[in-house]
Structure formats: C-alpha cells, structure tokens
Design a protein around this ligand. Sequence first.
Ligand code: 5GP
Length: 191
Amino acid sequence: MKKGKMIILSGPSGSGKTTISHCLLSKFPDLKFSISCTTRSIRNNEKHGRDYYFVSINNFISKMKKYQFAEWEEVYPKLFYGTLKKEILRIWESNKHVLFDVDVKGGLSLKKQYPDNSLSIFIMANSIKILKERLLIRNSETSYDQINTRINKAKKENLSAKKFDFILFNTDLFQTKKKAIQIVHNFIYGK
Ligand code: 5GP
C-alpha cells in the first residue's frame, strides 16, 4: 500500500476553511480533497461525489458498523460526517497527498492515527461576531437555531486550537492564504 502525506484543515464552520482548502487545491496539483460522507441534505451549489458523498442515515450506520470510516462524528445533533478509509487509500494510490476539511474532533482523531505523515492546521475566525456574520451571509443554515448551534460549537472548538501544529488567524484572507500555502509547501516539499 502506498502512503502519502495528509493535511488536516480544521476550525469552526464559517472560519474560512473551505476557501483556504480551495486555494490549496488550486495551488498544489499534488493535493486531493478527501470527500467525506454526510447525512446532511445537499445545498444548492453542491454536487454529490465532489463536495460530499450524501448518504442516508441507514447507509451511514451500515458503513460505521463495517468499520469503513477512519473517523466519524455527529458534528451537529443528528448530522453525521465521516472520512472513509478507502477515500484516503484512493488518493494515496493515485500518488497524491490528502487534504481534509473536517471538524476539530475529527481533525484531532486523524492527527492521532497518522502522527508521522500529517500536518494539522487550525483556522480561527478573528471573532465570534464575525463568524456569525459569515454564517448569516452564507445563508446555508436554514434557521437561527442552526446558526446558534454552529456558534456554540465554534466557541468550544476554539479551545482545542493549540492541539494543532499550526493556528492561522483568519483576519485577512489574502494573508491567511499566503501563510497556508507556505506551511503546506514546506510540509510537502521540505524547506
Ligand atoms: P458543512 O455542513 O458546513 O459542510 O460542514 C460542517 C462541519 O463538518 C465542518 O466543520 C466540516 O469541516 C465538518 N466535516 C466535513 N466532513 C467531515 C468528516 O468527514 N469528519 C468530520 N469529523 N467532520 C467533517
């Protein structure tokens, strides 16, 4: 089995992880995005098999029981997300490195399982107020309740930031992208 490297991007929903992840994927052709399974419903701009594998709860549980996940979490109440072991292998088999966009618990779990070949980066929004504004603008959350669930989770997640190899404070997106590119470049190709 081939074994490549992995870059774990974690941080609260709305911190800018997805934007940073797209930036890294466009900059490094050797990186491939790990497509997670989720039981949440598909958003307008999303595509099955590109953004996520959208699966039913029964399907998710069946994969869980067969130990097909490298990690999985109930990220929000009754909403499950998980990284398939075969997704990691698929990417390594194609001689690429893996890029994960996962929640903080999932990120720490991956770091623990792959300590030798992983780089973990925590993306931190500069304030909870800005995080809330971003989530409202994104408008992907259908209700204030769901936004508040994400905000409360973000507050808890920020407490785990120091467990990651790097923390990037996303105050200026241009600068954050620049730093992320530098860190990932050093990790993949050496200084
Ligand atoms: P969203 O619903 O906004 O796409 O994602 C919600 C959260 O779930 C984000 O923090 C995202 O990083 C996280 N997430 C996505 N895929 C996975 C996964 O496979 N495992 C875990 N633990 N979290 C994930």
